[in-house]
Design a protein around this ligand. Structure first.
Ligand code: ZN
Length: 421
């Protein structure tokens, strides 16, 4: 159920989030690209994404922010500090969505960032350092892969040309589409001096709701391994071929999938594993599968746990191939180590939660965020608010408004603290 608490909550601090203004903006923003089932459809560089960008730029300007757009279409809104040349405190997230995605993912981090600027304006409070609210381009990676492309170029993970050449399924490039919607800015998209970065985001998992807590201080992000596996056997007729004469590539795939589940469903480990993509040849009801290509994704905050799982699954793949009399290929196509956030930024968010007086816990994120890349160029941490039923990337993604306001209050205190240091 939606809750509408009083306009100003009693707090231990003197700068206040205006819940109703924040809510009004969120509701208005949710109408851009709204879907029938309560979600939004604003994939990167679509017309709806352009409308969302226009709205953000208008609202940034109305809040007195100086707006700059960089070559990747990342949108920055800057509020001056008493020390004009000091490195800014940056915070924000993204406003592109999945196809038929949820209203909260990314958006609350950008609108929450705008709201804390408004709260500081209301209180007539100047910060020592300048503040910058940011909306990163192409976080979701559904229309143009890879994901986190805008922050990735900003943090020098990808070249600008590489980003511009990314194609959607219709062959349109990121560069062309960015130009078409009028968001190819002049400002160079490259690392610059930033004092620190904070991002508020929905958890996209079930823990906060299970623990009935409004916020989590995010200490880092899982590492992961992505693997491609191919089994090759022999196609044959599903009727006359006796069971002991079969070389069935799918039976081995099912065995490995079962091994992934057994390796990960153990007490006391955060290791998760998924077989997410499976292609079967010839994929016919009356033919024994000759060839299967599939993927495995292992994640954990413990890099050694991922190492061990990758080693073990290779043994399981070899055994499954041997049992079924198959050829196989195994390739680890991507490996990323766990990414701990900056301790001082984590401590700042903990102190902010204490100042706000809310319950909180510490979490590690299973999903990647723009904050991962920012963490490579500046001290970074994140704030999570609950995802009801752990659902995200779907139209029925939902977070209680009260929890979003609490998250914004924590973000506000973290920013105030770092911006006066
Ligand atoms: Zn997101």
């Amino acid at each position: 159920m939606l809750k509408f608490p009083p306009l100003v909550r009693s707090r231990m601090v003197d700068v206040c989030i205006d819940e109703q203004r924040f809510r009004r903006r969120f509701d208005e923003f949710s109408e851009i690209g709204a879907t029938e089932n309560g979600g939004v459809n604003r994939p990167s560089l679509s017309d709806e994404n352009k409308m969302a960008r226009n709205t953000i730029v208008d609202w940034f300007r109305e809040a007195g922010l100086t707006v700059r757009i960089d070559e990747m279409g990342n949108i920055f809104g800057r509020r001056s500090g008493a020390e004009q040349d000091a490195d800014p405190v940056m915070f924000g997230s993204h406003i592109d969505s999945q196809y038929n995605g949820g209203r909260y993912d990314g958006v609350i981090g950008v609108l929450g960032g705008l709201e804390i600027v408004e709260a500081l304006n209301d209180a007539d409070e100047a910060t020592t350092r300048p503040l910058e609210v940011v909306a990163w381009s192409n976080e979701e990676g559904v229309r143009f892969q890879p994901d986190m492309l805008g922050s990735g170029v900003f943090c020098n993970i990808f070249d600008l040309d590489y980003a511009y050449e990314r194609e959607d399924k219709d062959g349109k490039t990121f560069g062309e589409e960015l130009e078409r919607i009028g968001y190819k800015g002049d400002e160079p998209c490259e690392p610059r001096d930033i004092h620190c970065y904070f991002e508020m985001h929905v958890e996209q998992g079930p823990f906060l709701e299970q623990e009935d807590l409004p916020v989590a201080v995010v200490e880092g992000v899982f590492g992961f391994s992505w693997m491609n596996v191919t089994f090759e056997g022999q196609a044959n007729h599903a009727g006359p071929t006796p069971m002991d004469m079969r070389h069935d590539a799918f039976v081995a795939t099912a065995d490995v999938t079962d091994s992934v589940r057994r390796l990960t469903a153990t007490e006391g480990t955060d290791l998760v594993g998924t077989v997410g993509s499976v292609d079967v040849w010839p994929n016919a009801i009356n033919v024994i599968p000759e060839k299967v290509e599939f993927t495995i994704d292992f994640r954990s905050y413990d890099d050694e746990a991922v190492d061990a799982a990758v080693e073990q699954i290779q043994r399981e793949i070899a055994h499954a191939a041997e049992r079924e009399g198959l050829e196989y290929e195994f390739e680890e196509i991507m490996r990323v180590d766990a990414d701990p956030f900056d301790q001082s930024c984590i401590d700042t968010v903990v102190d902010a939660a204490e100042t706000v007086g809310c319950d909180y816990t510490r979490l590690v994120s299973g999903a990647g965020h723009d904050a991962n890349y920012l963490n490579k160029i500046t001290p970074t941490s994140m704030i999570f608010v609950p995802s009801v039923d752990g659902i995200s990337h779907r139209e029925n993604e939902y977070t209680e408004w009260d929890d979003i306001v609490t998250g914004a209050e924590v973000l506000l205190e973290a920013v105030r603290s770092k911006a006066s240091a």
